[in-house]
Design a protein around this ligand. Structure first.
Ligand SMILES: [Zn+2]
Length: 326
C-alpha cells in the first residue's frame, strides 16, 4: 500500500530539484506565488469537472515532455484530474497534491472522478493516493466565502457519511470523529478567514478524506451528483442539502449526534438544518416537478450498497421531493 507523507510547508519541494514535473493546476494558480525549484510543464486546460478528453490531453503533455513527476495544486477537481492522468498514463509517476480548498479530501483518497460521455465514473487504484501532501492554510486565504462554506460542508458530510457507512472501521471512525471535532470547534474562525481556522479546517478536510478513503461515501453523495449537474450547484452545497433528509430516514446514529455536540439524532438533524439556514445553503429555486424522475433515475444503486439503510426508488423520489421542497 502507498504510504503518504504530509507536510505543512513547501520544504518538500526540494525533492523536485532536477525533476521535470507536470503541474496540474487551476487558473488561479498564479495568485499563490508558489515557486518551484525546477522547470515545470503546466497543464491547466481542463473543465472544472474533469472529462476524459481533458485527461487524455494531460497524458499526452506528460509523455511528450518526458515528465517524471505529477504535482497537483488546486481544489478537488484539479487533484482528481492529476490522479486520473496518472491512472490513464499507465505508469507509476510520483504524485504530490497541494489542496487549495478544505473540502473534498481528494489528496487523501485513492480514487478520482472522471466524466466519460457525460457519465460520472470513478477510477480507483492504490497508486492514486498521492505520495506527498502539502497542507498550507495560506492558500485558503483568497477563497470566496460561499466556496468556503460549500467545501466545509462537503468535509462535514464526508465525515458523517463515512461514520455511518456499512464499511466503517475503527480507524475510519476515528478519522471521522477527529474531523467533526475540528469542524465544530473551528467553523467560526474558518468562516472569519482566520489563519488558525483555515489551518484546522484544512486538516479536518484531510481527515474526512482519510475516512472516505476507507469507506467511500453513501446516499447523500450518491443523490447529490445530479443536483450539481442539473442545477449547477457546487458539490458541497448539493451534498449538504441531502444529508439531513437522508438521516431522518435512518433514525439512528446517536454517536454521530454526540460528536456534533447534540443529545441524539433528532437534535443533530435539526442542528444540521439550522446550520444550513444560517449559512444560507438552500435548495435551488428552479426546480420542476418533472425533474424528480430524472433525479431518481440518476442514483447509482451501487453507491447505495454502502448506505446503512437500503432505499428503494420510491423512497429516493420521496427524499428528492423533501430536499427540493416541491
Ligand atoms: Zn464530497
Amino acid at each position: 500500500m502507498t504510504m503518504q507523507q504530509v507536510f505543512y510547508d513547501f520544504s518538500i519541494f526540494n525533492i523536485l530539484k532536477g525533476k521535470k514535473p507536470l503541474l496540474v493546476c487551476d487558473k488561479i494558480f498564479d495568485t499563490f506565488g508558489i515557486k518551484f525549484p525546477c522547470k515545470v510543464m503546466r497543464f491547466d486546460g481542463f473543465s472544472s469537472n474533469p472529462v476524459y478528453e481533458d485527461i487524455c490531453t494531460g497524458v499526452e503533455i506528460l509523455k511528450k515532455n518526458n515528465c517524471d513527476f505529477i504535482v497537483a495544486v488546486g481544489g478537488g477537481s484539479t487533484i482528481d484530474t492529476a490522479k486520473a492522468i496518472k491512472y490513464y498514463s499507465g505508469a507509476d509517476y510520483p504524485l504530490m497534491a497541494v489542496p487549495t480548498t478544505s473540502g473534498t479530501g481528494s489528496e487523501a483518497t485513492h480514487f478520482a472522478v472522471v466524466y466519460i460521455n457525460g457519465e460520472k465514473h470513478s477510477v480507483s487504484d492504490q497508486c492514486l493516493l498521492p505520495k506527498y501532501v502539502i497542507l498550507q492554510s495560506n492558500l485558503l486565504k483568497t477563497l470566496p466565502l460561499y466556496q468556503k462554506k460549500c467545501t466545509m460542508l462537503d468535509a462535514l458530510c464526508q465525515a458523517i457519511e463515512s461514520w455511518w457507512s456499512k464499511r466503517a472501521t475503527e480507524e475510519s471512525i476515528r478519522y471521522s470523529k477527529e474531523a467533526i471535532d475540528l469542524i465544530m470547534k473551528y467553523m467560526d474562525s474558518y468562516l472569519k478567514n482566520e489563519d488558525s481556522g483555515n489551518a484546522k479546517m484544512l486538516l479536518a478536510s484531510h481527515l474526512a478524506g482519510k475516512a472516505i478513503n476507507i469507506t467511500t461515501t453513501t446516499a447523500p453523495h450518491a443523490m447529490s451528483y445530479k443536483l450539481t449537474s442539473l442545477y449547477g450547484i457546487p458539490h458541497g452545497h448539493a451534498v449538504a442539502i441531502c444529508l439531513p433528509k437522508v438521516w431522518k430516514q435512518m433514525s439512528n446514529f446517536d454517536d454521530i449526534a454526540i460528536a456534533l455536540g447534540q443529545q441524539n439524532h433528532e437534535a443533530a438533524i435539526s442542528f444540521f438544518e439550522e446550520l444550513l439556514q444560517r449559512l444560507n445553503i438552500l435548495p435551488p429555486d428552479n426546480v420542476n416537478k418533472e425533474d424528480l424522475d430524472i433525479l431518481t433515475n440518476s442514483v447509482n444503486i451501487e453507491r447505495l450498497s454502502n448506505n446503512p439503510v437500503q432505499f428503494d426508488k420510491k423512497t429516493i423520489k420521496e427524499l428528492y421531493r423533501e430536499i427540493l421542497e416541491v
